[in-house]
Design a protein around this ligand. Structure first.
Ligand code: DX5
Ligand code: ZN
Length: 216
């Protein structure tokens, strides 16, 4: 399987954002993972569509926009206009998940659904034939640098089974590092988000190490 890597911008040095994101691009990353937090759905705040649009002008790899916001439906059009290529919405957020998917599709963006650690896979069932990505959170959303919750490996395995032959990416986010990367890939994840591990030290070197582990 072709494994894609999506560095999470949350761990970049925001005072040197252009420098760090150019490094991400040079390292051959498949997506830029952009975490949007509203201080309500999660206890942290990042940025809005205007900032995403500015960054978009400088960075050309696809943007994977992870909405950790209470009312995603209100903002989907703005994030799509800002240049998102994929938009993922938490199933635990307020509002109509079907309407979110429809709105994302209408904008020509790939729709995905995110599950927080305590949310069971069965909530995905009604949407499986409409989405292009499932994102399984392996930490409680809100902050980078947390530890991987070990129960997630089994959830990844079951989700891969549930996806079957559908063309849906299985993305995982939270606590991924050199030590557990192999385990999650073997369980069936094919899009790997990593923040603190990839941005610590030299991004290009870390990406090479990720690729090497994946190829083993
Ligand atoms: C957490 C975010 C993640 C975070 C991952 O809520 O969704 O994308 O940046 O960071 P690490 O890899 O440090 O756990
Ligand atoms: Zn994320």
């Amino acid at each position: 399987m072709n494994i894609k890597i999506a560095p999470s911008m949350l761990s970049a040095d925001f005072a040197n954002l252009e420098r760090d994101l150019k490094e991400v691009e040079k390292s051959g990353a498949d997506f830029l993972h952009v975490d949007i937090m509203d201080g309500h759905f999660v206890p942290n705040i990042t940025m809005g569509p205007d900032q995403v649009a500015q960054i978009r002008k400088k960075i050309s790899i696809p943007f994977d926009v992870h909405l950790m916001i209470s009312e995603p439906l209100k903002y989907i059009n703005q994030f799509a206009d800002a240049g998102a290529d994929i938009i993922t919405v938490h199933v635990e957020s307020e509002g109509d998940i079907q309407a979110c998917i429809d709105t994302i599709v209408k904008k020509g963006v790939k729709p995905g659904l995110v599950l927080s650690p305590d949310t069971p896979l069965k909530v995905l069932e009604p949407y499986l034939d409409q989405i292009k990505m499932v994102l399984i959170m392996c930490v409680y959303p809100g902050f980078g640098g947390q530890s991987y919750l070990s129960g997630c490996t089994q959830k990844i395995r079951e989700c891969r089974k549930m996806i079957g032959s559908r063309a849906i990416d299985l993305e995982i986010d939270g606590g991924i590092n050199f030590n557990n990367l192999k385990e999650v890939v073997d369980a069936g994840a094919n899009v790997i988000v990593s923040g603190s591990c990839l941005f610590k030290g030299e991004i290009q070197k870390n990406m090479k190490r990720f690729r090497k582990i994946i190829e083993e």
